[in-house]
Design a protein. Sequence first.
Length: 454
Amino acid sequence: MTRISFPDDFIWGVATSAYQIEGAWNEDGRGISIWDTLSHTPGKIMNNDTGDVAADHYHRWKEDFDLLSELGVHAYRFSVAWPRILPQGAGAVNPKGLDFYDRLVDDLLRRQIEPYVCLYHWDLPQPLQDKGGWPNRALVNDFVEYARIVTRRLGDRVKVWFTHNEPWVTAFVGHFLGEHAPGWKDLGAAIRALHHLLVSHGLAARAIRAEAKQPVQIGITLNLNPVYPASDSEKDREAANQVDMMMNRIVLDPLLKGTSPISESTMASLLTGKLIQPGDLETIRTLDILGVNYYSRTVIKHSNKIPFINVEQVYPPGNEYSGMWEIFPEGLYVLLKRIQEEYLAPLGDSVPRLMITENGVPVPDGVDFDGQVRDERRIRYLRNHLIQLHRAVQDGVAVKGYFHWSLLDNFEWAWGYSQRFGLVYVDFKTQKRVVKNSGRWFAEVVKANGFATD
Ligand code: FCB
């Protein structure tokens, strides 16, 4: 029998986000977010689903935390809903919002589960969108103030903070592809939004460190996709390189190298006025934890279909796919090796801790006649990705933890409830929870800190 074991201090966890699970969209003084606006607009979300009720976690969090204890995880990554704390985005604080997260943190600590708090998982208060949203630099200060307020309340207990979840997705899927809130299709706005998100990361990091009552670790979580050319041709390789720049280097370079990969000429052709102000790149480059969200890879070929962009995504035949993406475990290894070699190795001693902060797969799960959820595909996905992760660790990449996405089935953004990512099944009619077979399998892995590969 071959076993793989992870390092002794390896951290096992699961992740969720506020809008995807909480529901209670208009309770206890919560303000409106851009996701309420988008999901309440007919035709924007699959089946016109909304996060109004979601997994009703706002009312059922105790039951859900019992599930965390049952899984035996060491840490739980969740996000704070900005509109619960500041219903107008800035100004008056809603005490009931802070109380809610205060209770969550206390209960997690009581269970010896480390809270990993993310400040922004996409639910921007609508009044700040009305001021121009992330493409407007004024949002940076609003975010920093919000970070300060949450840290003042939770910073005596929370040691690990993430500023943003997937700023690339906020910027590009929200402002260029138009599939996420606020639903814009403007490349210049996406680039501006991304820069402001990153600057707000740097300034919020300073604010959190200043307000916290103890040493804290500041992280960011990035969606990173290894980009493969569809063929060996020069044109396809160049196209893949371009996409790698626009999806990966555009966030990694500023955060870890203090540089921007976007050329001055591209900036000038897309933007009016100067975007990067003196000192910005120094501000952005501060990180204690680099959180990697890995789901899939991207395969790219050269194409004239879309002028200016000249690239097209292709889906190689014969591989395994889920309802959303190609399943490609080896990409995790390739990605981690690249981060290590290109970004972390040159940093010497000041290297941030590397963690997988999301990884998971949607499976059209259902409850069988005997009450079990037999999600074999998720178990296979988990097992194959953990094997690749372990391979990277063996090869010297210091990955410190793994968080599965997600604890619960939830509102999967533009896909509504059509995609189930949970280790725990949620019947959205009754809100009944059932631990899936993958949840049981994961709990065994956590307990043993490894598993048998044959
Ligand atoms: C990530 C998001 C997360 C979830 C997964 C499937 O991009 O961070 O909220 O939707 O994808």
